[in-house]
Design a protein around this ligand. Structure first.
Ligand code: NAG
Ligand code: NAG
Ligand code: NAG
Ligand code: NAG
Ligand code: NAG
Length: 418
């Protein structure tokens, strides 16, 4: 007797659950239902207590799979807007740009300098709860953190709303008609005044998948509870960049916060009160995450991809394909077109400091022309282990630093593990 009664009843329950999922998911266009397992034969070795989703995975029915939840785990000035666009431009993705801004802003308006404060733990807990709700398309959960608090589920204070294509398209944007195409960020802010969160939630549900970009989660270990959450299907794309490049870019962009680095660069003297944590924290967080990824823990199987910004900048099409292979979703012609339009180095259309439009390949190593050798040497000492880990070469002299004819980026393949 292969199948016990208990197993059959459990299977029956599982198929009811599947049908329930089917009813819910029929309302959205891109997903299809997992096949109902045949209760008459248990000999396939399927564990009847598995969730329907697990049965689905075991059956290797990849394109019938459920919703994918993408998290782009990044840090400021590492190219995360660019990576975000690879999902924002895809017709099946609902994309949100940095929703955790609101959590941080509400809980700790000042960025914490110390790593292990209770503040930080509270913020991470709240961030995980918010992410979980957003992946479930519950955008109302954001209302707890938006100031002033939205009235009638409507707000005009969503951070960088304009960076989300879905939120700047009909019908979520009140200033647009059904035939209008979506607006670019600047126009979106002008034309789409208030955001009706009910409509935004509906738009999220109409898309097959959800992608969120954040620079407010320090490392992959902070996400373990979400990665292991069976209600989610989380895939993390960890974006890293040469910390010397990040430092150079932040020094240009965050002129106040990185003022002392600018003074160092200009005078050749290192200010005694320089906040070296601004650099070392990047390296520590990267190092912890990447080490965790390299150790291939079972909880990250098929759920972690390490992406160097420099590789994406050098070969955006190829990297984009790798990303979509990892995610397990077909690419979209909109994404191809967007890459073609935005990686040719057409500076005339570059917009503002957070823009994604730039000559990507050339800017990846342009820090070598702007940082002083002193600063580079300091960074190499502070982040030596990480540079080796990620395949970024160090330089030994100012001449080597400025000689762009040899690249500091070693060829490395960081393939996801399954
Ligand atoms: C399972 O059942 C189906 C139809 O009832 C049958 O065609 C198939 O061969 C069975 N599979 C196994 C592995 O017994
Ligand atoms: C699954 O995807 C493959 C190729 O991507 C396609 O050939 C096949 O028809 C799809 N199956 C279903 C059931 O949609
Ligand atoms: C909220 O909705 C109520 C009932 O529809 C309405 O009376 C009120 O004016 C609305 N408040 C705002 C700020 O729009
Ligand atoms: C928001 O959109 C929903 C759905 O269309 C609508 O019922 C609701 O009245 C809208 N809210 C406001 C404040 O306009
Ligand atoms: C690419 O650029 C062309 C010409 O500027 C424009 O018409 C088109 O909408 C752009 N496509 C995308 C996907 O940005």
């Amino acid at each position: 007797m292969q199948c016990s009664w208990k197993a059959i009843i459990l299977l029956a329950l599982a198929s009811i659950a599947i049908q329930y999922t089917a009813i819910r998911t029929f309302t959205t266009k891109t997903f299809t239902v997992c096949p109902v397992p045949n209760p008459a034969n248990c000999s396939l070795g399927l564990d009847p207590t598995d969730s329907p989703d697990r049965l689905c995975e075991d059956n290797q029915v990849q394109n019938l799979s459920r919703k994918v939840h993408i998290l782009i785990l990044a840090t400021t000035r590492s190219g995360s807007s660019f990576v975000g666009q690879l999902f924002n431009q895809h017709a099946d993705f609902f994309y949100l740009f940095e929703p955790l801004y609101h959590v941080q802003y509400t809980l700790i308006p000042k960025t914490p300098q110390n790593k292990n404060t209770p503040d930080r733990r509270v913020m991470l807990g709240a961030s995980r709860d918010l992410l979980r709700s957003l992946y479930d398309c519950d955008l109302f959960f954001l209302e707890n953190y938006i100031k002033p608090q939205p009235v009638n589920h409507t707000t005009d204070k969503l951070f960088r709303r304009g960076a989300s294509k879905a939120l700047c398209s009909y019908p979520v944007c009140d200033g647009l008609g059904p035939t209008d195409i979506y607006l670019e960020e600047g126009d979106c802010a002008k034309k789409c005044v208030s955001l009706n969160l009910t409509l935004a939630t509906e738009a999220c549900k109409d898309h097959g998948h959800v992608a969120i970009k954040t620079v407010r989660i320090p490392e992959i270990n902070d996400l373990r509870a979400l990665v292991e959450d069976p209600r989610l299907n989380l895939k993390v794309i960890q974006l890293v960049r040469d910390p010397r490049g990040i430092l150079a870019s932040r020094t240009e962009t965050f002129r106040d916060t990185y003022r002392l680095w600018r003074i160092w660069r200009a005078t050749g003297r290192r200010p005694y009160n320089l906040e070296t944590g601004q650099l070392t924290m990047i390296c520590e967080d990267f190092f912890n995450s990447v080490s965790t990824g390299f150790s291939r823990p079972s909880w990250l199987k098929g759920r972690y991809m390490l992406l160097r910004y420099e590789d994406l900048a050098r070969n955006p099409m190829k990297k984009m394909e790798e990303i979509y292979n990892f995610v397990g979703i077909p690419r979209d012609a909109n994404v191809d077109r967007w890459i073609q339009n935005n990686t040719r180095g057409d500076q005339s259309s570059a917009k503002h400091k957070y823009g994604t439009v730039r000559d990507s390949a050339a800017t990846a190593e342009s820090w070598r022309l702007t940082l002083s050798y002193d600063i580079v040497e300091f960074a190499q000492n502070a982040c030596g282990e990480l540079l080796t880990q990620l395949g970024y070469k160090t330089v030994g002299s100012p001449q080597e630093l400025r000689d762009l004819s040899f690249s500091l980026i070693e060829d490395r393949a960081f393939t996801p593990f399954w």
